[in-house]
Design a protein around this ligand. Structure first.
Ligand code: NAI
Length: 303
């Protein structure tokens, strides 16, 4: 069976062992889902306290999943939980963790220099056939891959928060990503129980390229006084059928994250009016009103 790019759907390498670098919000979710679907996973972060926090978060989340999934089969649930947890290793040692695995997924901070430095080091220690993937939301996969000598084995795997709940993975292909790498990443996404979509390496891929300018336009609308934040949210929920309004969504994503993405794109594409800075957004961020995580963004939240 050939797909629309003319290569066989069956030509992929199965990914069994995965190393995830960065055990924050995204990395811990990726580790959880990969282990729950039978992959052997190693999680790397910067200090033991972070690793401990991460292992507690993963265990708690897995316990919730297990309770739901095995509500009438306690023994099966215990088995699933124990097996899943036994497939996860935690370490501070990047090099050891990366020396022998099928795939390395990077989920560290959104900074091109830091990501390039990390991958350049991993490139030297990883097996020649190990595939590298970044979970970046807004940076160019092509640019990150430039730090390595395996640009054909480099792609994007863009997950969504919360990873255990969200069904989508965007599988990003640069001009240099090989068909084998791309197909292997797609197959891995499916093995995690996710639906994958193919994306070229363009800013924001599919979801964020549409969503971030949409949220930005909502803030500009509020800034002009066209309507209130509450009314805009109600309008988009009841009129467009969206589960959350743009301000609820902005608060959920984090206003600092939204500003960071817009600023990065504006710097790179200064002619695009959709990416221009928004004074109201900058003001909120400078006041520490970052959304749900800080207790206040467009709305107030109980901590
Ligand atoms: P986070 O701040 O929660 O976690 C980052 C983790 O990486 C931290 O635990 C940090 O200690 C660790 N880290 C940083 N540098 C490291 C290094 N050199 N070696 C090992 N560990 C290191 O960040 P989050 O939200 O999980 O984001 C991670 C990546 O995923 C970013 O590139 C972000 O753009 C992307 N992303 C974020 C989404 C979100 O909704 N938060 C959604 C999709 C992608």
């Amino acid at each position: 069976a050939l797909n629309n790019r003319g290569y066989s759907k069956d030509t992929h390498r199965e990914i069994k062992t995965v190393t995830v670098i960065g055990g924050g919000l995204m990395g811990s979710g990726i580790v959880q889902v990969a282990a729950a679907t039978g992959h052997n996973v190693t999680l790397v972060d910067r200090d033991n306290e972070l690793l401990d926090r991460c292992s507690v978060r993963i265990r708690k989340s897995l316990e919730r999943v297990t309770k739901k999934k095995y509500s009438d089969d306690q023994e099966g649930g215990r088995c699933f939980l124990d097996n899943t947890l036994s497939r996860i290793k935690y370490t501070l040692d990047h090099e050891k963790a990366s020396a022998d695995c099928d795939l390395i997924i990077e989920a560290i901070m959104e900074d091109i220099d830091v990501k390039q430095k990390l991958f350049s080091g991993l490139d030297r220690v990883a097996r020649a056939d190990t595939i590298f993937a970044s979970n970046t939301s807004s940076l160019s996969i092509t640019e990150i891959a430039e730090a390595t000598n395996r640009k054909d084995k480099f792609g994007g795997l863009h997950f969504f928060n919360p990873v255990p709940m969200m069904k989508l993975v965007e599988v990003v292909r640069t001009d240099l990503t090989s068909a084998l790498t791309h197909m292997s990443l797609c197959a891995f996404g499916r093995a995690l129980g996710k639906t994958t979509v193919d994306c070229k390496d363009t800013p924001g891929f599919v979801v964020n390229r549409l969503l971030v300018p949409y949220m930005a336009e909502a803030v500009r609308m509020l800034e002009r006084g066209d309507a209130s934040d509450r009314d805009i949210d109600v309008a988009m929920k009841l009129g467009a059928g969206y589960p959350m309004g743009p301000f609820e969504l902005s608060d959920y994503v984090g206003l600092d994250t939204m500003k960071f993405i817009l600023d990065g794109w504006n710097k790179k594409f200064p002619d695009n009016p959709l990416f221009k800075p928004i004074p109201m957004l900058s003001q909120k961020v400078s006041e520490g009103k970052l959304g749900m995580k800080s207790g206040e963004g467009f709305y107030k939240y109980e901590k």
